[in-house]
Each structure stands twice: as structure tokens, then as C-alpha cells.
Ligand binder design. Sequence first.
Ligand SMILES: [Zn+2]
Length: 343
Amino acid sequence: MHKAADQGPLPIPVEAPDESVAAPAGQGASAAPVIQATAAGGASAAIQEDPAAARARRRRERRARARHASPLLNMIQSLMVVAAAAALIATIFTFWTPASFLSDETREGLRPAYATLSAQSPPTPIPTPIWMRRIGIVSGHWGPHPSTGRSDPGAVCPDGLTEAEVNRNVAQLVVQALSRRGYDVDLLDEWDPRLDGYQASVLLSIHADSCHQFNLPGATGFKVAPPASRTSARADDLRLRDCLLQRYQAVTNMPVHPSITRDMTEYHSFNEISEVTPAGIIELGFLYEDRDLLENRPDLLAEGIVQGLLCFLEQTVPTPLPELTPWPTLESTPTPLPSPGLS
Ligand SMILES: [Zn+2]
């Protein structure tokens, strides 16, 4: 750094000095030539310093002062070295920091933030099989019977209103509503050949009860029954029943009728469809006592069914309705009031 130090001693003239300065005792080696030169000149016994030597001495003094000023520079350099070392150590420390570095308390505080991050992650799309978007709706008694080739009207009222047309009106509205929601819905006849091995996310057959004027109070309300004799989809069958009972009642405000007949639990289509297709049968109400709703509010009845099916399809677990007091079955009911024209 100090290049001036390499220049070596300057040539020393022998002329007589006009300045007399006693050489300091600790002057160093560079003072010696001055003394020798002066002595060789023989001009004076006193030790004189010539101007060149004085300039050299002043340079040395300036360098000395510069060395006194350099501690500030040295300190800045030291600080830079310390800062660089700190950055390097911090980087290495970060690489080796274990996962458990944060305290339990800190991690507990961060948990909501992590939970929010994971909750915002987009769900992984899972391909949905086509049959899981498929729904089968049987329009009870509609269509020709395979053995006779003729259609069966089901229950018939004295004035000619048939169960088959009541079922049909409601079934069509159910199909329309579910189709609007994006489902592939099949409107099936009672003996539809497509029912053989039918596979869907659910199958529901829509029927209505007798138009008899029973000599007994309480021939009003709706019923839902699952297949009785199969266990392959039992949990789904029961959940479908509970969804329909709860939602249909909530929408229509109709009571649940307690009589479940074998015509329902042993319904023929239950043995025709795929054993894994959840299934059920609903009786919309009694054609005699509930006629006003069945004939004039098919939209309301359809909405009750749609809500029940959506409850099932959206994996809702409904609250089962309370057990009902048994009602005498139709077979054990006292003789219905004679009503001409009934079959
Ligand atoms: Zn029927």
C-alpha cells in the first residue's frame, strides 16, 4: 500500500548545510548517511540535516500521520468482514434448521394460516362414472303389460280418474326437474325392458294408493318402502327411504301412512334392476282422501320427490322419522264402503 517506502534513500549532496539540526538519538538507519556525508565533508563537527533529508523526514511524518488515521479505515474493513461472515453463517444455519425449530406455541398460532392454505387448495377432480349421474323414474302402471299387451290403469276412481295418469303427471315433472339439474333421467314404463339389469345412482317407482272410501279414519298420507328381500344395497336403500320420507313430508305437508304392503316391499322391479342400484317405491297418497293434492298439485308432489332424491344423491344422512303407530293393512281393513265401479 505504501509505495513510497520502496523508493530507497535519495542521493545526498555534499554542499554545506545552512541549517543545523541535531540528529535525534533514535532517528533510524536513514540518518546515518547524512552524518557520514557531513563528516566526510569535514566542514563542521556539528551534525547537520540537509533539505533533502528534511523532506524525506517530513514524508515519513506524513506517512506516520496517515497510519494514525487508518484505524477508522481498518474498523470499516473489519465491520464488512463481520457482516459477510454473519450472512454466510445465517445462510448455512437456515439450511440446517430442523422442522421443529419453531416453538409449539408459535406453531399453534400458525395453524389457522396453514389450515386456510390447505382449505383453499383446489380439489382433485375425480371422473364420475356415467351411471352415477343416471336416475331411473318409473311411471307406475304406465305402458303395456308384457303378457297382455294392454296397459294397466292401477287404481281407478268412480269418475274415471286413474292412478296411472296421476303417476304419469308427477313422474314427468320429476324427470324435468332433475334433468334441469344436470342428471341423465330415464322415464321408464312399469314393465320397461330397460329395467332388466338397470344400473343407476337411484331408481324410484311412483305409484298412488287406492280410491276406496274406507270405513276407517286415516286413509290419507304417503308411503315409501325399500326392497325387503335384498341386502346388496341395504344401507343405500334405507337412506333413500329416509330421505324421501323426510323431504316429501316437509314439502307436501302430508302425513306418513304406516301401512306398508308386500306389493311395495316385493315390487317386481326390485328383482329386475342391478343389485347395486339403490331403489325404492313411493305411494304419493290416497286417491280418495288426498285426491285434491294428487289431481291438482302434481308440481308440489314432484318437488317433494325431487328434494328427497337430491337428499339421497348429495349423500345427506337424514334424521329418521319417528316410528308410526301401525295401521291395519288394506287386507285386514273392515269391508270398504261399497263403491260401484271399483275393480
Ligand atoms: Zn300402483
